[in-house]
Design a protein around this ligand. Structure first.
Ligand SMILES: Nc1ncnc2c1ncn2[C@@H]1O[C@H](COP(=O)(O)OP(=O)(O)OP(=O)(O)O)[C@@H](O)[C@H]1O
Ligand SMILES: [Mg+2]
Length: 449
């Protein structure tokens, strides 16, 4: 019988002729159910999955509006289209206020009815999709993506959970690649603002002159080149979170303007005088110590205190080395999953070297390294030689003879390994799995001090 993918429509009308004509018109494209009274309608509706209802306003046993309310109580997601005579239009309008989607007037034009039905079903599927996505978002675990078992990271997770609920500004400081943006997003997703926008303002990427219009927006003609009115990022972020990334790069005049917005929660679009009030939470990030910049006169102290209500300081990876192998594994799993390729592992020796390495680029550098190694390694074991961190053959042209290429690789490799262990030869030899004397003669041979 009725195709599984067809939407199901329930027609509620006391006139046999009307029910049959709806059935005729609709049966090719929809599964059609019929009910002649309110009682029958409730019965059919509770026993079937119905996508849309065509409801006659005048029924013998009940008032169409009362029935509409009952149906909406049973399932508010089912769209209802009222069927009405001209003299009942006022009631139809009331029905819309009660949640009906639309009304059609008898005698109806078939195409109009079908169009209205299709629009209602389309809206309905969008609403369902949004509801679904909202649920998904709630299920999404903000900390699932942030890996860290080191005590310092645990402390940060706790701090972030606590401050997400409040309104004060947050200043996240930490070296490049330590996860500042990741933490900022987690804060937003844990906050009561999570269903509103998270807007990133990249202070380093936007030239000073454009920054003002980026933040505040402008009216048409506010300056040369302002060919149309543009809404600023602050307005877009209303009720959500504004992430001021690389705040240390903001010039001092913008710092003053930003300070005013944070204090007053209001501003004007460029070229207008109308005051726009906003409700946003500010989270800022910097990979430089703002305190140092203040001393040099490069950062306003008052802005610093405004932002630094809740400080979050992310430790560099080398200060939590126990997290390195966990992160390596995490990203290996991630790339295997994303590419659909079989899982790969680092060899013990590779892990040893990587744990000893200092990671100036922190988690980002580590993530990139895992991606490269995962991609270039054929088998399921990634050996030290597959780890391209040490820029294999950086100074080697393609034509260089093999011996020269190998020496060049060894030279770079050993030099960087030594740097990563602060020149400690004993440790370097251990990591390489060779005797200390062998390392010394190797260094001699390669011209390394
Ligand atoms: N603890 C972590 N667990 C998992 N992934 C992480 C972690 N920290 C950072 N990352 C990942 O490392 C990359 C860099 O992180 P992010 O962009 O948040 O760093 P950042 O501190 O903003 O760096 P920058 O100052 O250079 O902008 C991202 O891909 C992020 O997902
Ligand atoms: Mg960043």
């Amino acid at each position: 019988m009725g195709g599984k993918n067809k939407a199901t429509i329930l027609v509620i009308d006391d006139e046999h002729g009307i029910r049959q004509s709806f059935k005729m018109v609709l049966k090719d494209d929809f599964n059609v159910l019929l009910a002649e009274t309110g009682a029958k309608a409730i019965d059919v509706f509770t026993k079937n999955s119905v996508d849309l209802i065509l409801l006659d306003i005048l029924l013998p046993d009940t008032n169409g509006l009362d029935l509409l309310k009952k149906l909406k109580q049973i399932d508010p997601n089912t769209e209802v289209i009222m069927v009405t005579a001209v003299k009942e239009i006022q009631t139809a309008v009331t029905a819309i206020k009660l949640g009906a989607y639309e009304y059609v007037i008898k005698p109806f034009v078939v195409d109009d009815v079908i169009n209205t039905i299709n629009r209602a079903l389309e809206k309905n599927s969008l609403v369902r999709e949004v509801t679904y996505l909202r649920k998904e978002l709630e299920r999404y675990h903000p900390f699932e993506q942030i890996i860290g078992e080191h005590e310092e990271m645990k402390g940060i997770f706790e701090l972030v959970s606590t401050i997400s609920d409040s309104e004060g500004a947050i200043l996240i400081q930490g070296e490049s690649g330590t996860g500042k943006e990741l933490v900022a997003r987690a804060i937003h997703n844990l906050s009561p603002r999570k269903n509103h926008p998270f807007v990133v303002i990249n202070c380093a990427a936007i030239p000073g002159t454009l920054m003002e219009s980026e933040l505040f927006g402008h009216s048409k003609g506010a300056f040369t080149g302002a060919i149309q009115t543009t809404v600023g990022k602050l307005e877009i972020a209303n009720h959500g979170t504004v992430f001021l990334d690389d705040i240390d790069t903001l010039d001092t005049s913008m710092q003053a303007k930003l300070l005013r917005v944070i204090q007053e929660k209001e501003f004007e679009r460029l070229g207008t005088t109308k005051v726009i009030r906003i409700d946003v939470r500010f989270v800022a990030a910097s990979n430089q110590e703002l305190k140092d910049l203040i001393e040099n006169g490069d950062f306003r102290e008052d802005l610093f205190y405004r932002l630094n209500v809740f400080p979050v300081n992310l430790p560099p990876l080398r200060r939590r080395r126990t997290d390195i192998s966990i992160l390596l594994e995490h990203f290996l799993d991630l790339y295997a999953k994303n590419t659909g390729k079989p899982a790969k592992r680092f060899s013990k020796k590779a892990i040893k070297v990587l744990v000893a390495y200092d990671w100036p680029g922190n988690v980002r550098e580590l993530q990139n390294l895992v991606e490269r190694s995962f991609t270039i390694t054929k088998g399921n074991m990634i050996h030290l030689k597959d780890v391209s961190m040490f820029n294999i053959g950086r100074r080697t042209s393609k034509e260089a003879p093999l011996k020269e290429a190998v020496s060049s690789f060894e030279r770079d490799y050993i030099r960087e390994l030594l740097e990563s262990v602060d020149g400690n030869r004993k440790k370097a030899a251990e990591l390489l799995g060779i005797h200390r004397n062998t390392l010394l003669s190797k260094m001699n041979e390669l011209g390394l001090k």
